[in-house]
Design a protein around this ligand. Structure first.
Ligand code: HDD
Length: 724
């Protein structure tokens, strides 16, 4: 969206008088523009008498307030968004005629909303869930919406099942519990009878479902779409977003604690990064499949529970998206934005994926109730930059004031306008796919292998990732009250991998059923029954796919990572200053956490601003921890139970921790046996991600600390301490 200047009247602006002198909009008015003389007292009959109905200011203010809330999104209610732009690296003309994919010099404005799926508007960002990744491109040819998720597959194959899925996962209807969580009977009851969900379930049980940041997750269009060039040639395409900061997650214990300490963790992270000029970036990727190769794979391209392994069709990185501006107003932009997978531009088209086809109905329908009528495209955040001319008129909240007498077509009184546009003038022409078939309620046989890709995903995970998946299943299924559901799920997991089922069962104290239970939902012949499922001959998926594990992600640098420096009065000035300088230069954020708020004085007099006290912070909100030397400082920290807990927890969550000189004592107290360099000359790294330096070692420690932080987490520690 084209941007107006930010209103500078933020909370930071304390010079109210200067602001008042400069700004014409200083006077409070009614909605009719009348200046208000008193906003403190209602109009009453005398000082102690009743309020008067004639108080139009009171009535207007309260009426507006009473109507402030609109229905939240039925799914994806909790979200955060940002503005930015997209640029293609080189013209994609051979593949598509979409105007915004032609010219590398063109910056197309975008508005991107990230969301959780299940929770309500006020729920925590850190729920175990898929994340919405919806991009609105304001192209010169009209708006194009790519409404995807951070996972490349979906729970169901047919949109007809979407209300069932959502009813099952939302809080249970009798007592509205639990909020923003799948760990309850109705969800797993449904899933345990829907084998088509198992691939997506593997993703949701993986670390992908608890991202470290919206800025560090991938995005996927999920469905197979089509690209169409100006010769009318079409190819199948899958869309990807690859974060330049790499793909990183938190651990489940941490996610649950963050939900208490800062439920806005992802929202704040996105906002702060953009405010600090560390603009999040993703490369746009495409996997292209020729129409003639549609049946080349051992799965169906139209099946949204399948991905195309990157080993079979590599992802070509064709452009980049940068988010560089926070919204001015959450409600007007983030809440009122309306995405729709049916908002296309010429050069991009649908496939017959039955999930996609059903979505095309749902989004307009939901906007009608959520945004109050058929004119939500006129809300500023939804308005295209391309001009809009048509014969649609009136309705609730109409903004456009149409001129003239004609609102029909054909007409002569309006000169025949607005006219249809031929394809060469940009008129959208649907891809002329040959159909010639029967009307049926039936899925293609090729949709019925539900387990191969779930197994592929499992086998492609690193050892720590597999351990996390096992623990996630133990957590989710451990919360169930009905044992039969748990058993059905373990039965289903044996079809993914018997060792996975066994490990999950062990943690739940149950045995693996010997027989795969009969599924109740017989209308989905999807139980992997070989009599029903005829495997198709096609290009076999690889046994493992490197693109599916997060272990192979970018691990370069520590840009935007948050580091807690634990300090008290008397902190070693050299340790503190050299670490803070190096972290800032590397693009990380160094924050001082101390026993109290205010200022600290270093041993040599450096004045240090404290960012957080232990009371207002926690290690789960940071990526790494540093404890500088300084006898007095460390003594004060050692007196604080919260300081010891801070380090202990960071260690448990496999984060990088460094200490120098006297700081080693605090580390030793939090992590017994890990409080000193192993031997002279090896002053760093007694444990992976644990850097312990002697007094005067600041520079050595700084370099090792930054290097270790770039690894994100040190899983060896966890595998040793809590194997699963
Ligand atoms: Fe959906 C919102 C993504 C299947 C019906 N969906 C919504 C949003 C995202 C997705 C990111 C939030 C957009 C925003 O930020 O405003 N949905 C997906 C993906 C799907 C998917 C990736 C599968 C590939 N959705 C899906 C189906 C249906 C819906 C099958 C219904 C048949 N989705 C909706 C909805 C929502 C929505 C009810 C709720 C709020 C809204 O649309 O505007 O229409």
């Amino acid at each position: 969206m084209p941007k107006k200047k930010r209103d500078e009247s933020s909370a930071k602006d304390t010079d109210l008088r200067a602001f008042r002198e400069n700004d014409e909009s200083q006077y409070l008015t009614t909605n009719q523009g009348l200046r208000v003389n008193d906003d403190q007292n209602s109009l009453t009959a005398g000082e102690r008498g009743p309020s008067l109905l004639e108080d139009f200011h009171l009535r207007e203010k309260i009426t507006h307030f009473d109507h402030e809330r609109i229905p939240e999104r039925v799914v994806h209610a909790r979200g955060s968004a940002a503005h930015g732009y997209f640029q293609v690296y080189k013209s994609l003309a051979p593949l598509t005629k979409a105007a915004f994919l032609q010219d590398p010099t063109v910056k197309t404005p975008v508005f991107v909303r990230f969301s959780t799926v299940v929770g309500s508007r006020g729920s925590s960002d850190l729920a175990r869930d898929a994340r919405g990744f919806a991009v609105k491109f304001y192209t010169q040819e009209g708006n194009y919406d790519l409404v995807g998720n951070n996972m490349p597959v979906f729970f169901i194959q047919d949109a007809l099942k979407f209300p069932d899925l959502v009813h099952a996962v939302k809080p249970e209807p009798h007592h509205e519990m639990p909020q923003a969580a799948a760990a309850h009977d109705t969800f797993w009851d449904f899933i345990s009878m829907m084998p088509e969900s198992i691939h997506m379930i593997m993703w949701v049980m993986s670390d992908r479902a608890i991202p470290r940041s919206y800025r560090m997750m991938e995005g996927f269009g999920v469905h197979t779409f089509r690209l169409v060039n100006d010769k009318g040639q079409a190819r199948f395409v899958k869309f990807h977003w690859k974060p330049l900061l790499g793909l990183h997650s938190v651990v489940w214990d941490e996610a649950q604690k963050i939900s208490g300490k800062d439920p806005d963790f992802h929202r704040r992270d996105l906002w702060d990064a953009i405010e600090n000029g560390a603009y999040p970036e993703w490369e746009f990727g495409i996997q292209v499949v020729e129409e003639k190769d549609e049946r080349k794979f051992d799965f169906d391209l139209l099946d949204p529970t399948k991905l195309i392994p990157e080993e079979l069709v590599p992802v070509q990185r064709v452009g980049k998206m940068t988010l560089n501006r926070n919204p001015d107003n959450f409600f007007s932009e983030t809440e009122q934005v309306a995405f729709h997978p049916g908002h296309l531009v010429s050069g991009i088209d649908f496939s017959n994926d039955p999930l996609l086809q059903g979505r095309l109905f749902s989004y307009t329908d939901t906007q009608l109730i959520r945004l109050g009528g058929p004119n939500s495209h006129e809300i500023p955040i939804n308005r295209p930059v391309a001009p809009v001319h048509n014969n649609q008129r009136d309705g609730h909240m109409r903004q456009t004031i149409n001129n003239g007498r004609t609102s029909y077509q054909p007409n002569s009184l309006g000169g025949g306008c607005p006219m249809q546009a031929k394809a060469d003038l940009g008129g959208f022409v649907s891809y002329a796919e040959k159909m010639g078939t029967e009307k049926v309620r039936q899925r293609s046989q090729r949709f019925f292998d539900h387990f191969s890709q779930a197994t592929l995903f499992w086998l492609s995970q690193s050892e720590p990732e597999q351990a996390h998946i096992v623990k996630a299943f133990r957590f989710e299924l451990g919360k169930l009250e009905v044992p039969a559901i748990r058993e059905r799920m373990i039965g289903m997991l044996t079809r993914v991998d018997p060792s996975l089922a066994k490990r999950v069962a062990q943690g739940l104290g149950v045995s693996v059923p010997t027989k795969f239970p009969t599924l109740l939902n017989e209308s989905v012949p999807a139980d992997g029954n070989p009599a029903r499922y005829q495997p198709t001959v096609g290009t076999k998926a690889p046994g493992r796919s490197a693109a599916l594990t997060m272990a192979n992600t970018v691990k370069k640098g520590i840009k935007t990572r948050k580091v807690a420096i634990l300090a008290g009065d008397g902190v070693d000035d050299a340790d503190f200053n050299s670490m803070k300088k190096a972290l800032t230069e590397a693009g990380a954020q160094a924050k001082v956490v101390a026993p109290r708020l205010g200022m600290l004085t270093g041993a040599k007099g450096t004045q240090i601003h404290i960012d957080f006290s232990f009371l207002t912070s926690s290690s789960v909100l940071f990526d790494a921890v540093y404890i500088p030397g300084g006898e007095k400082s460390v003594h004060a920290l050692q007196m604080e139970e919260d300081a010891i807990e801070f380090v202990k927890e960071a260690y448990k969550h496999c984060k990088t921790i460094a200490s120098t000189g006297a700081g080693n004592r605090l580390l030793g107290k939090a992590c017994p046996g890990r409080d000193g360099p192993d031997h002279e000359g090896d002053r760093t790294a007694t444990d992976e991600g644990l850097i312990i330096g002697c007094e005067g070692d600041s520079n050595l420690v700084v370099a090792a600390f930054i290097k270790a932080m770039a690894q994100h987490r040190h899983w060896a520690r966890e595998l040793k301490a809590q194997p699963a």
